[in-house]
Design a protein around this ligand. Structure first.
Ligand SMILES: Cc1cc2nc3c(=O)[nH]c(=O)nc-3n(C[C@H](O)[C@H](O)[C@H](O)COP(=O)(O)O)c2cc1C
Ligand code: SF4
Length: 289
């Protein structure tokens, strides 16, 4: 468990630590010295260390060498952030060029800064660049989809799928032809699963972690945006993630640790075709209350 301490000599009694973290700190009255009352609630987010203007707080997981000033002068403006968000596209055409390890490390570096429930930082990463393995994973995913298509042709199985999920009958029926087409394309030498991407990053976590799936997918989005800032293209490999979750063969290929589940995946590479325009999305449906 981390240890949180307040240096009474340095403390200015402004109570910022109490306001930022009431679950750990308390102050008898405004202006009195704050005290650590529930150290066991600390999740090592570091907020108290970052906020204290007097540097009076120490937290064992956030030693001074891990604390850095925000370089406000290089923070992107709303305009540049929005342009980046609207210009991001799923990229499915890749140059026959490997992605440098350093680039992938930069992407994963950004991913690890995503928020995570209780700051568990539960997400771990598997990077696949081995060409035969990428191909095998894509084939295994396509074959798994083929198996699902076969099952769905049985009306009883179709009913079971409908009972299990929230999909409607029309959508489930469409899956059959979509999945069969994927199998056909895969078997005839194209790659409708990974689109011959030179790299795959899989986001996985221990299933028992709080909000493991949400944490992983927030990390995916950080990775997606930082990848586009590096001139790299990505798309979310939903089919492959689903296969890794439900198909033993695909799971085994990735050597996922016991109790771990794949929650997100990004195919990654240098884009062959880029977009110089962006398209509007549906207006947001907002309920203001
Ligand atoms: C899926 C998810 C659920 C969260 N739920 C809560 C919550 O219920 N209450 C809360 O105060 N913070 C919540 N958080 C925020 C985390 O506690 C926070 O991201 C973490 O402590 C790290 O702090 P940071 O986001 O400032 O880096 C949640 C974060 C995620 C990703
Ligand atoms: S590190 Fe975060 S949770 Fe722990 S005492 Fe500081 S602010 Fe509270």
């Amino acid at each position: 468990m981390p240890i949180v301490t307040i240096d009474p000599q340095r403390c200015k009694k402004d109570g910022l630590c109490v306001r930022i973290c009431e679950k750990v700190f308390a102050q008898a009255v405004e202006g009195s010295p704050p005290v650590v009352v529930h150290e066991e609630n600390c999740n090592s987010c570091g907020h108290c260390v970052l906020v204290c203007p007097a540097g009076a707080i120490t937290q064992t997981d956030c030693p001074p060498e891990k604390v850095h000033p925000v370089r406000k002068e290089i923070l992107p403006s709303y305009e540049s952030m929005r342009e980046m968000v609207v210009a991001r596209r799923s990229i499915r055409t890749f140059k026959k060029k490997d992605v440098e390890k350093e680039m992938i490390e930069r992407i994963i570096d950004a991913a690890r800064f995503a928020p995570s429930a209780k700051n568990t930082q539960s997400t771990q990463f598997i990077v696949v660049q081995d060409k035969p393995l990428l191909q095998t994973l894509a084939s295994a995913t396509a074959e798994w989809l083929g198996k699902i298509a076969k099952q769905l042709k049985n009306p009883l199985m179709r009913k079971l799928y409908l009972l299990r999920g929230e999909k409607n009958a029309e959508e489930v029926t469409q899956w059959i032809s979509q999945f069969e087409l994927i199998v056909k394309r895969m078997r005839s030498g194209s790659d409708p699963i990974l689109f011959n991407a030179p790299a795959l990053v899989l986001f996985h976590a221990d299933q028992s972690a709080s909000f493991a799936e949400a944490n992983a997918n927030l990390a995916v989005q950080n990775a997606t945006l930082i990848a586009s800032s590096l001139g790299l293209g990505t798309f979310y490999t939903g089919y492959l993630v689903a296969a890794c979750t439900r198909d033993k063969a695909a799971r085994r290929l990735l050597k996922l640790p016991r109790n771990h589940k794949a929650y997100g995946g990004l195919a990654l590479g240098y884009p062959e075709i880029t977009f110089s325009k962006w398209v509007e999305r549906n207006p947001a449906i907002i309920t203001w209350m």
